[in-house]
Write a protein that binds this ligand. Structure first.
Ligand code: 6R9
Length: 651
């Protein structure tokens, strides 16, 4: 790994809100005098009742609980909209770039967005939505998606966004788990010139026996494609908007009232509904957006994620809008219709900061630098990365080719659970090392612990844990507080377990080494191996399945599935295709296995536990006896040789 240092550029050092000394002092104070520090930071929000207490949190079993600003009240949509109207009402809030570059972009000022959100909130109320109700949002990347989030926030309803790439099955599971009564969707989405049948997927989800909670479906006309409307249940959004009052007072919410839930994959079981709060979450999204990206009024900000992931929640919608920013929302794919598209969008909208994922960079890198060189990119001042470890080669390309050596790379490490960036550089305060997310953000007491939980000081490597609560921390797993505690606070008692490994070098820089659990990261998207396994074993031909990650040039990790068929079933190319398609329809295209290896047997211990370590090695192509290590504890060591032999035919 490269340890070169890229010093803070002089212009950033001169004008950024945080310099090196200030960052260090600020961090110290955030830990040494946390309550005062956070009550002060909380003033960046517009409170109805300002909080008088900061954290009431404990990670210990006896008094476990997480609360921030518990006596404060506010409304998140008012923070993102109303408070900007007096001074920034005519500033562009959302800039929208369509999938098809020949179409015109759209833009909405804060005043216009406020008006739309108020009406949308009234539409939701008319549909029966009340404070605390769950509303599922299954939308393409159009401004109405952001409006839907803010409209929920305005009336105190809890939104649950489901990524548009999830299948009807996966959508239904997420609707049922939180007992959602309303779905907001669109006729179709568009991505890379293709149509995504969102409304048809909703219909298919709601037709499933177990999916019975939804009473109303609101449909935004995005493409004009034909869809079936079920009378009494489905309404067109534009028609509903025409019939409601233009003003809608913002509901007074407690800081701890849930703002949203977002399903994410873990190492076991079905996806968890991660619950985020109103006050602490918004403060974290807003503060980290301001600090990591040194956001200034007038800068055009582009987070190229999908609103279906936490990155879209925190850095397309909540953080930037709370900060009065101009946030660009892009409907399409970074490399469609050509690999220059991402840079053309930068030029078209004079983007100041671009925030994207390493998988995108690796894919673009492969296409050749001429696709970049033919664009100007003169407006770019800062580049961000998120979603997976950025390999130094991609980092250098991003910095040198895309940013022409001018733009610091802000590599932000965080998780759905953390609400916003946890370890990240600040452009005026942090010398960069390619591949390192650098230092913890204020209030983030990051530690490296060994397998027994002993804290490692100085240069070390091990499990990354966070030793105390921070405002943006998730508060619970929807409907399963016990699972929340068990998942995150029992491996290393008294600490939040991230599931990531990390190394800290002699200069104190953190290097995230990737997941240490059974979560794999495919193109920056989290996938639980257990989820893919459950999908596979649901198929009539499959007896057993084991899924592991494998190295993949573009995606970071690919999905490698070992499948044992039922007695009497024969492996074939046809069956391989059928099973691949099956997983796509059970979960969605993001879960498509890259390799399916038919395995007569899986390596198991005598107690029946699958030895994933061995399966990972075989998937990586590491098949020497030395790489595979000790197999003598297996119930049947000969299965390993069989797997190695049959691997040759598939990978
Ligand atoms: C924001 C987001 C979380 C997991 C996380 C880690 C990986 C994210 C990273 C990174 C190294 C970075 N991850 N950012 N690893 N460097 N800058 O991606 O949330 O979808 O929940 O994924 O992604 O492994 O644990 P989420």
């Amino acid at each position: 790994m490269s340890e070169d240092l890229f010093p803070i550029p002089a212009d950033w050092a001169a004008h950024a809100r945080m310099n090196q000394t200030a960052r260090a002092a600020d961090y110290r104070r955030s830990l040494d005098d946390g309550d005062a520090y956070w009550l002060e930071q909380a003033q960046r929000l517009d409170w109805i009742t300002p909080p008088t207490r900061a954290s009431d949190s404990s990670f210990d079993e006896a008094d476990f609980g997480i609360q921030w600003f518990a006596d404060g009240t506010l409304n998140v949509s008012a923070n993102c909209l109303d408070r900007h109207l007096a001074e920034r009402g005519d500033v562009t809030a959302i800039l929208w770039e369509p999938d098809d570059p020949s179409e015109a972009p759209r833009s909405l000022t804060y005043r216009e967005l406020h008006a739309e959100v108020c009406r949308f909130a009234n539409v939701l109320k008319d549909a029966g939505a009340r404070r605390g109700d769950r509303i599922t949002i299954y939308m393409p990347m159009i401004p109405e998606a952001a409006m839907a989030l803010l409209a929920c926030a305005r009336i105190g309803a809890i939104h649950s966004v489901v990524f548009g790439g999830f299948s009807p099955e996966a959508l239904a599971g997420r609707i049922t788990d939180c007992d959602s009564s309303i779905v907001v969707t669109a006729d179709e989405g568009r991505r890379g010139g293709k149509r995504v049948p969102l409304k048809a997927n909703v219909d298919a989800a709601l037709a499933l026996d177990h999916c019975t909670s939804v009473r109303r479906v609101l449909v935004v006309r995005a493409t004009g494609g034909a869809v079936a409307m079920q009378p009494g249940r489905d309404s067109w959004y534009d028609e509903a908007m025409a019939g409601v009052a233009p003003d809608c007072p913002a509901e007074v919410m407690n800081a701890e009232d849930p703002l949203f839930l977002l399903y994410t994959s873990g190492s076991t079981g079905k996806p968890k509904g991660v619950v985020h709060s109103s006050g602490g979450y918004l403060l974290w999204a807003s503060l980290t957006h301001a600090l990591c990206f040194d956001y200034r009024p007038g800068d055009v900000w582009w987070c190229a994620a999908d609103v279906g992931w936490v990155t879209g929640h925190s850095y397309i919608v909540y953080g930037p809008l709370a900060n009065g920013a101009t946030t660009l929302m892009y409907e399409g794919l970074p490399s469609w219709p050509t690999p220059s598209r991402i840079w053309e969008v930068v030029d078209r909208h004079q983007v100041h900061t671009l925030f994207t994922a390493p998988t995108v960079l690796r894919a673009l890198m492969k296409e050749g630098d001429h696709h970049v060189a033919k664009t100007s990119r003169a407006s770019l001042q800062l580049l961000g990365s998120v979603g997976e470890p950025i390999n130094p080669e991609a980092w250098r390309w991003y910095h040198g080719v895309a940013g022409e050596g001018r733009c610091p790379i802000i590599d932000t490490w965080w998780q759905t659970e953390t609400g916003g960036a946890m370890i990240a550089p600040m452009p005026g305060a942090t010398d960069l090392k390619p591949g390192s997310a650098t230092f913890p953000m204020p209030g983030v007491e990051a530690q490296i612990v060994d397998g027994e939980g002993a804290v490692q000081d100085g240069a070390s490597e091990g499990n990354l844990v966070i030793a105390r609560s921070w405002p943006g921390q998730m508060r619970t797993v929807w409907n399963d507080h016990e699972r929340f505690f068990q998942t995150y606070f029992t491996t290393f008692p008294g600490k939040y377990t991230t599931g990531d490994g990390a190394r800290r070098d002699e200069d104190g820089y953190y290097w995230i080494t990737g997941r240490v659990d059974d979560v794999i990261n495919v193109s920056g998207h989290r996938m639980g191996t257990a989820e893919v396994e459950s999908a596979l074993v649901l198929h009539a031909t499959v007896a057993e399945a084991a899924v592991v990650g494998m190295p993949h040039d573009i995606k970071g990790q690919g999905i490698y599935a070992y499948v044992t068929l039922n007695v009497g079933e024969e492996p074939s190319e046809d069956l391989r295709r059928t099973l691949t398609q099956w997983v796509r329809s059970e979960i969605g295209p993001i879960a498509t296995p890259d390799v399916i290896q038919f395995a007569p047997g899986l390596p198991k211990t005598r107690s029946g536990k699958i030895m994933r370590r061995i399966l990972r090695k075989i998937a990586e192509g590491e098949v020497s006896a030395q790489a595979l290590g000790d197999v003598s504890t297996l119930a049947d060591p000969s299965v390993v040789a069989d797997l190695v032999r049959s691997r040759a035919g598939v990978a």
